[in-house]
Design a protein around this ligand. Structure first.
Ligand SMILES: NC(=O)c1ccc[n+]([C@@H]2O[C@H](COP(=O)([O-])OP(=O)(O)OC[C@H]3O[C@@H](n4cnc5c(N)ncnc54)[C@H](O)[C@@H]3O)[C@@H](O)[C@H]2O)c1
Ligand SMILES: [Zn+2]
Length: 335
């Protein structure tokens, strides 16, 4: 069971239980001033001093050089396996800090405090940590679970609409693959109503339950967890090429993979139409440019084994499965 908490105050209980010798909090140069209120609150919750370590913001945080700097900082502050590391930030920070914590002295306990919607419902949960390497995303990493995840909806107040939509793409994905009640909520509200705290908290906890369901069944991503990758085979092939946000790429990817599902005789057009209605509700218009999927990048997909790919398909709203598709067939359908 994951230790998920919905208040910053839970840090007090964790610290009382673990009794760490030292606590360090890692965040980005952009976030530390913005999230000063949270850092102050966290400092007040523990008698152990919290040392702050600053890393670069965004995807740059996942560079090899930044990891090296961070590990040097860990040594400099005298961190050891009785210490606690806190990651405060979006997915870039939790991915970097999780990985650094997993390799420093063969593993030091860490806590994720995710601050974007995407990180709260996705990247902070499931134990996947990574940095980028030689232009390959998430190429070096580990499976290493935080001792706790602390989610606070106040962080969402300062996110831009684009950042919120990035999170919504994954929330819709959870609805399509497992929990249609998520889709009903989104269908019945507009974006402003969805951003209300109580609605958001409901969607976040439902989303986390879906992710938990898959990671508990398959922690190392060998089979059923790959369903969480729905929409991502095509998304990854468009995201960098057209400089789309991850969320936008995933929304397009889901739409296109639903079409593929239809061509493979696995899905009905109603699902695609339903997704269209949700997007309209959220005021999202997908990029109408002629996007051409780069099938060469599909060949790097982690779901490939031999000449086949394990493709997640949504059979009905809330019901998905993996099917094996020959790569040559997939490419001919995409082209
Ligand atoms: N480990 C996993 O399972 C997993 C899953 C999905 C994505 N990811 C990774 O997550 C990363 C993307 O994460 P992200 O979308 O959270 O982006 P991010 O961490 O790069 O943050 C994006 C921007 O949002 C800002 N930000 C963060 N919190 C804020 C707040 N509360 N208010 C205002 N601004 C804030 C940051 O400073 C940054 O500029 C990618 O590197 C991706 O590979 C990992
Ligand atoms: Zn994603």
């Amino acid at each position: 069971m994951l230790n998920i908490n919905y208040s910053l105050k839970s840090l007090k209980i964790i610290v009382e239980k673990v009794k760490p010798s030292k606590i360090v909090l890692v965040s980005s140069n952009n976030l530390i001033p913005k999230l000063n209120w949270a850092i102050t609150e966290l400092k007040e919750l523990t008698p152990v001093e919290i040392k702050i370590i600053q890393v670069p913001d965004g995807e740059v945080a996942k560079e090899w050089g930044v990891l090296k700097e961070l590990l040097s900082d860990f040594i400099e502050v005298g961190l050891n396996r009785k210490s606690i590391v806190i990651a405060l930030g979006g997915g870039s920070i939790t991915d970097l800090v999780g990985f650094a914590s997993s390799i420093y002295q063969r593993g030091v306990p860490y806590i994720n405090i995710p601050t974007t919607l995407l990180a709260q419902i996705d990247s902070s949960i499931g134990g996947k940590t990574a940095i980028n390497f030689l232009d390959y995303k998430n190429q070096i990493g580990s499976f290493y679970n935080p001792i706790a995840i602390i989610i606070d909806s106040r962080f969402l107040e300062t996110l831009t609409e684009r950042q919120i939509i990035d999170g919504f793409a994954e929330i819709i994905k959870y609805g399509l693959i497992k929990d249609p009640s998520i889709l009903e909520i989104i269908k019945s509200c507009n974006l402003a109503a969805l951003r209300e705290e109580s609605v958001m908290e409901g969607l976040i906890s439902k989303s986390i339950k879906v992710k938990e369901y898959f990671i508990e069944k398959d922690p190392y991503d060998l089979n059923i967890r790959q369903i969480l990758n729905f929409g991502h085979t095509i998304a990854h092939s468009l995201e960098l090429k057209y400089n789309l946000s991850h969320g936008e790429a995933v929304l397009i990817g889901m739409m296109e993979e639903l079409k593929l599902g239809e061509q493979l005789g696995e899905a009905s057009p109603e699902i695609k139409n339903y997704l269209g209605v949700l997007l309209k509700n959220l005021n999202i218009t997908l990029n109408k440019k002629q996007l051409k999927v780069d099938w060469k990048s599909i060949l790097h997909d982690k779901k490939i084994s031999g000449k086949e790919i394990n493709l997640p398909v949504v059979k009905k709203l809330g019901e998905a499965k993996l099917i094996k598709v020959r790569l040559d067939k997939l490419i001919s359908l995409i082209k």
